[in-house]
Ligand binder design. Structure first.
Ligand code: ATP
Ligand code: MG
Length: 486
């Protein structure tokens, strides 16, 4: 009755003004202030809303008897969230805040450029007025940071590529991404245990080293060079690194990049906590560092210039003008620090072809040699593919394997191929591996022997030539003496 009386007696304007006044008086006397974080801000999605939602999902265990569960696209885990009008308290620096999730039905579909959801969702944050500054200055930043950390952990890795050349997508990004689901881990990687644990420790030091890099005044980045013959696990190692640290991978295709500035733009669009990979560096860029004497009219100064890359077709007049110095700036220059926590990984099959400028510490901090199967790595492969431990193999087989594995110089890729082919019959698989290793070892021994024989023959031929010369020379001397005498 009162309500209808209010409706009839007071005109709407007055009613509105009185509600506003009431709110003002209430907020004046209240010791709290409230912040609304709505899901849609105008027509844009409010990033803070998503961040808060994700952040609160991490505190789900604290309280709350009713929670909503979600599983995002590309995500491999489930996250928790607050249900309608549920509240949750959180503490930050000894300050307690309260979050409430408010869902209301949207009244009428107003005109918009894109369909809006029927529900209007938002979080309301209630804080004491005296804590207002703390919340605005650091709590919300903390929420955003925690949320992005969670997003990274929950979501599978992304693999970015610049295969589109220099063109940008609709959001102005030069990178294209796909979910990265490589199953390689340090457990499945066949290599010597000490080397593996050294790499893992190095990665861990790097990931936890923010304070150290800050203290020493270094950019928070690290470079690894993986080198070795094809099929020894260089790409698998990169995947294992990404899976271990939870970083995204940017696979940089240098042949698709035309200029140094394009390279720089690509770098600027990479996120932190990522691995930037340049595979087969010796093939994608002509990395010879040349001292060109800039003598003619250029002030006579000796300039250190680098060769421009010639396009793969060998046509020197092409548009690809990335230089080694451009690449070095990419990894090491001022631009490399725009963002933090980055790992650069270069791979090559021929380390000897690389320029020393690229290999120096600071650019490539760690050189990792991926090599042929050793006895240790062979045992890892047998365990991974067949589930066989040393005890399953037996001493005799182990001794046989150990005797030939080094001479065989087989890559882990070759060995795993034999194992995959015979994986239904495990005993046969082991026998086949032993056989393959023996055949390879024998072949290598024969090759080595024939090389040594060839060398010896050559040496002998050279020696006999020399002797012949000396004899001839002696003759000449005698002849000369003869001549003198005559
Ligand atoms: N060290 C290793 N541990 C486990 N598996 C390996 C290893 N090396 C190679 N493999 C197997 O061989 C396949 C090829 O390896 P990968 O692509 O990592 O070699 P690569 O060194 O990158 O070769 P390339 O130089 O040709 O790029 C992988 O799918 C993996 O299964
Ligand atoms: Mg590879």
């Amino acid at each position: 009755f009162c309500q209808s009386l209010l409706h009839t007696v007071f005109p709407p304007e007055l009613r509105f003004a009185s509600i506003k006044l009431f709110h003002r008086i209430f907020s004046y006397f209240s010791s709290y202030c409230y912040y609304d974080i709505t899901e849609i801000d105008g027509v844009n999605t409010n990033e803070l809303y998503n961040a808060v939602q994700l952040y609160l999902s991490s505190s789900a265990s604290i309280s709350g008897t009713r929670l909503s569960l979600t599983r995002g696209l590309n995500s491999s885990s489930i996250t928790f969230g607050l249900s309608n009008n549920d509240r949750l308290t959180d503490t930050f620096n000894n300050v307690t805040v309260e979050w409430e999730h408010i869902v209301t039905q949207r009244q009428s579909q107003t005109f918009s450029w894109r369909p809006l959801p029927e529900e209007k969702r938002g979080f309301t944050l209630r804080v004491r007025k005296k804590n207002k500054q703390l919340v605005l200055n650091s709590y919300l930043d903390y929420v955003m940071e925690t949320a992005s950390e969670l997003r990274r952990k929950n979501q599978d890795r992304l693999l970015y590529t610049n295969s589109r050349g220099g063109s940008l997508d609709s959001r102005g990004h030069p990178w294209e991404s796909v979910p990265f689901k490589h199953p390689s881990t340090f457990d499945t990687l066949a290599m010597d245990a000490e080397k593996k644990s050294e790499i893992i420790a190095d990665l861990m030091d790097f990931a936890n080293g923010e304070a150290f890099y800050q203290k020493t005044g270094r950019a928070w980045k690290r470079g690894y060079l993986l080198y070795g013959p094809p099929g020894t696990g260089k790409s698998s190692m990169i995947a294992a690194m990404a899976n271990y640290l939870g970083y995204d991978i940017y696979d940089l295709e240098l042949t698709e990049v035309n200029t140094n500035s394009e390279l720089r733009k690509l770098l600027m669009k990479t996120s932190s906590k990522s691995i930037i990979v340049i595979e087969d560096i010796d093939c994608s860029i002509n990395l010879t560092n040349r001292n060109k004497n800039n003598g003619g009219g250029g002030g006579g100064s000796r300039k250190h210039t680098y060769d421009a890359v010639s396009p793969p077709g060998g046509d020197d007049g092409g548009g690809n003008t990335i230089t080694l110095s451009g690449l070095l700036n990419f990894t090491d220059g001022l631009w490399s620090c725009c963002g933090s926590e980055r790992i650069f990984v270069f791979t090559t099959n021929h380390i000897e072809k690389l320029d020393p400028a690229l290999l120096r510490s600071g650019r490539m901090d760690m050189h990792i040699h991926m090599s042929y199967c050793s006895f240790q790595s062979l045992k890892i492969l047998l365990r991974n593919y067949l589930g066989f431990d040393e005890s399953d193999l037996g001493e005799e087989v182990l001794a046989e394997l150990e005797a030939v594995v080094v001479d065989a110089a087989m890559t882990p890729a070759d060995v795993s191929e034999v194992l995959i082919k015979n994986r239904r019959d495990k005993r046969k698989a082991v026998a086949e591996v032993v056989e393959a290793l023996k055949v390879r070892a024998e072949r290598n021994r024969m090759r080595l022997k024939s090389e040594v024989d060839d060398e010896e023959q050559e040496k002998r031929a050279l020696d006999s030539d020399k002797e012949g010369c000396e004899e001839k020379g002696d003759h000449n001397v005698e002849d000369a003496d003869d001549e003198k005498i005559h």
